[in-house]
Design a protein around this ligand. Structure first.
Ligand SMILES: *Cc1c(COP(=O)(O)O)cnc(C)c1O
Length: 220
């Protein structure tokens, strides 16, 4: 079996190659290593190999393993990439450095309140449901630009980027292109898109962050 550290190096090499092929600057793309379902002892070797940016999709699961790892390694950057319930906004603001899944007004209001209360300012991305899938989180594409503006104007939130998860059974390219276009219209710089199966494609479409789990840590 290939170790997570070996896979991590392989993914990094593919990212560097995809950056070159897309004529992007070296280091333009941040690797978010998605460690959901894996235990602290599985994650630690990746940290020791130099990986610092990680993604988790559940607040409660992350609370169980990340406070100790963050205490041991000061420069960890933890991303929330799963749906956020408003009753978890307090915990999310306390633990995460980037919240990628802001997708509705109520969450914007809760995050704004908690950020003021805690004096913490995680970076925020708006999740867009580019495939308009009923079961999937994210704001509808046609509402995304206005929502980013409301986050700024009504809730005082700086939005850094957009995030999407294309439908599993579709060619992801058009979804990545749509997210890139919406980001330009909304005036935000960061694009979180691409997972184990399609991160090289996402880099060609302008991803600034790719969220890769199973290609590093193995099947869940
Ligand atoms: C699990 C997950 C990933 C990583 O998926 P892999 O296919 O394992 O790379 C990326 N983004 C989100 C939102 C996820 O929930």
């Amino acid at each position: 079996m290939t170790s997570a550290v070996e896979q991590l190096h392989a993914v990094r090499a593919k990212i560097a190659n995809a950056e070159r092929e897309a004529k992007r600057a070296a280091g333009a793309v941040t690797l978010v290593a998605v460690s959901k379902t894996f235990a602290a002892e599985d994650i630690r070797p990746a940290i020791e190999a130099g990986q610092r940016v990680f993604g988790e999709n559940r607040v409660q699961e992350a609370q169980g393993k990340w406070p100790a790892l963050k205490a041991a390694f000061a420069d960890i950057e933890l991303h929330l990439i799963g749906p956020l319930q408003s009753n978890k906004a307090k915990e999310a603001v306390a633990l995460f450095d980037v919240i990628e899944t802001l997708d509705r007004e109520k969450i914007a209001a809760e995050l704004s309140k908690e950020m003021t209360r805690q004096g913490r300012a995680p970076k925020l991305y708006v999740q867009v449901n580019t495939g308009s899938e009923p079961q999937k989180a994210g704001i509808e594409p046609r509402e995304a630009v206005a929502f980013v503006k409301r986050c700024r104007d009504v809730h005082g939130l700086a939005i850094e980027g957009l995030m999407c998860i294309p439908p599993a059974d579709e060619n992801p390219g058009p979804h990545f292109a749509l997210l890139e276009k919406l980001a330009r219209e909304a005036g935000v710089a960061k694009l979180s898109m691409g997972m184990s199966g399609d991160y090289e494609t996402a880099i060609a479409f302008g991803a600034t962050g790719v969220r890769v789990g199973s290609a590093i840590f193995g099947n869940r």
